[in-house]
Design a binder for this molecule. Sequence first.
Ligand code: GFP
Ligand code: GFP
Length: 842
Amino acid sequence: VEASIPEPQREAWLKNQASGFKGKDEFEKEVVRHVETTLARSMFNCDETAAYAATSLAFRDRLVIEWNRTQQRQTFADTKRVYYLSLEFLMGRALDNAMLNVGEKETAKSGLSDLGFRIEDIIQQENDAALGNGGLGRLAACFLDSLASLDYPAWGYGLRYRYGIFKQEIIDGYQVEVPDYWLDFNPWEFPRHDVTVDIQFYGYVKKTTDESGKVTAHWEGGDTVRAVAYDVPIPGYATPATNNLRLWSSQAASGEFDFQKFNSGDYESSVADQQRAETISAVLYPNDNLDRGKELRLKQQYFWVAASLYDIVRRFKKSKRPWREFPDQVAIQLNDTHPTLAIVELQRILIDLEGLDWDDAWNIVQQTFCYTNHTVLPEALEKWSVGLFQHLLPRHLQIIYDINLFFLQTVERTFPKNREILSRVSIIEESQPKMVRMAYLAIVGSHKVNGVAELHSDLIRTTIFKDFVTIFGPDKFVNVTNGITPRRWLHQANPGLSDLIATKVGGPELFLKDLTLLNKIELSVNDPAFRKAWAEVKLANKQRLADYIKTTTGFTVNPKALFDVQVKRIHEYKRQQLNIFGVIHRYLKLKAMTPEERKEVPPRVSIFGGKAAPGYWMAKQIIHLINSVSKVVNNDPDIGDALKVIFIEDYNVSKAEIIVPASDLSEHISTAGTEASGTSNMKFVLNGGLIIGTCDGANIEITREIGEENIFLFGNLAEDVDDLRHNHTYGDHKTDPELDQVFDAIHGGTFGSVNDFQGMISAVRDHGDYYLVSDDFHSYLETQDLVDKSYADQELWITKCITSVSRMGFFSSDRCINEYAEMMWNVEPLQPETNIGVAKGE
Ligand code: GFP
Ligand code: GFP
């Protein structure tokens, strides 16, 4: 490899190899060095921001040394790698995670204390890396942690958005979006100005024919934008393995600006060109589960996919293997349809640039890719207009047409004279305008397709992808139920509980590497000391959240009350409206009681958090209602501690780390059949909270694992939803009478002008109640009553919590990753012991 140091000089390198700090003294030395040299400050000029920066840099040094070794080990071993392509990585903060994964948090804590800082304050300085909307992006982040912790040779590829998901402010009860400029100081990335790829857009296709008659397509003209790599080290837990997340940033390809324009005096427009190029990676689209069909979004997708594939292909070519071995070296996972263009791009590289035959190339493509579907909601299934494709990616459109043609020909052979099936499965939808169906393209170009929970995988097989099961056979469609990383979601977020569990399991390294070992704590479920300690941990976590609520909202909540939490993106299908209507019902009931009766009611704090997509009017109305109810209820002297309603502003990963460990009850109440899996349901139970939920997504598997007696299920089943909806439209449908009381209160102006909430009411009363809020309302209220009764029996409640936690081992993202590796990727871990030594073969 060109830049390798020749053998005779390597000794000098080996002698001087970089090493990270070892022990507290060296840690302190590194922090002071970074403050004094890297940051050019001193002990007379070191605030918490500087201490955060220096601490992070000290840890970053350690990570990058292992990162280098890991990459080198993987390169020498020359084994198959996994590439996880995701438009979103909702990473949250990195410092705490890095300290825990390398096992040096105690060192840092005591070192920082010597230097005059509290580690908790230092951790708080970091901006969240919020490069995602919700579940899909956070799943990708959990997967990176598991891939590294299990020693899989794996890279993530994504976009380096300058602005992550917007920050949410609540002003007068309304959501206001503020840009999230998170990059002002980010020690966790390495710009690779030497790793760049020029990406083409627009232009035209020219075909040439050689002497043998072989036709080759050439994509020419158009614009070029440069992709620059930024690498983020991903440390594994209790292993030196440190993987890479490569994020691409866009910049003008011609360097700073167009000299011709500059010389002709048009300085302004040459700068404008540069800004246009930078726009591609500027912002994360904030619409979750909604396809808005914007040209810039398609540009983002191609830019990221083309840069990533160029990099993957370049790395493969270093091995000098024949092309047919590509799928033995490379597995590419498409996280949703956002990276589907990678299928087309690889086919283009192989046929246009590398000269392979179509069939050989297509074989390689299909064996390389796998696709994960995350939703059955029709509005979320991506489609792009043929016209837009023609304009932006003319060669890719031709290839899509060819893929479709060959695919439909094989379908026709199997189902002769069946026009219906041909038009149903065509990658091109014959609508006005014609559209490219990305999910179909992803299925046709992959060898495996997975859903993210059993019910969801069944639903995709029997509904949206039914025809494809008939065509390809059932084996192509598999299930991998989602999971979460116990490192961040137990050990980091809830150190008290993690430490307590560790006393029964034989140390954190054991159960954090094999979460099924949690089942050992069930043996202690009747141990009074263990139960007492358990309750103390929960109370401390609730106190921590109560303090946070006090500082951020001014409201005082009683940490002994039942904390009932629903935090997630605001969406009609997730049904925060059902929750807030239930809260209003509770409030009306309390109002009707005498003060003596009220004293008998178990006190509750209803906690909400989540962002609405900026253009999602109904979701914003829901936020407004929650905040209006909060204001009325919390200031009502009749109510006191019996009920408090809290909306936590700007819900994100680092806030989840405070909220999740503090919940007694969390709400996962989507209309049955709409939430593909959910992952926060797993986080809450793992942290010793119970669930009120519908028979939807992973709630069903959680129930199977922890037992029906440990979960509060309610509502209609997925199989009945279609009939109920039909009945709403064509039958004699009446709103639930208890829900009518709630609507009457809103109408009466109890929470401000009814006009502000009319949309939510009409959706139920006049527009068919698509999400079955009224159908499930009674069952929801009854089940909430049951929750109150159960919570009153604290002994039984704690038993339920301990039992549930002990049975949650299945939901580790380590289990998921092993399933993907075995069923879909065919890759094996590469243990650090197989280290072949430094720079031998290069
Ligand atoms: C990667 C890393 C390099 C490292 C090589 C070999 O390069 O820093 O030197 O592996 O260990 F980025 P590519 O695989 O991207 O060529
Ligand atoms: C989507 C689905 C969830 C699922 C996640 C991860 O989440 O049910 O748990 O993907 O697979 F809807 P969002 O991105 O919509 O939050």
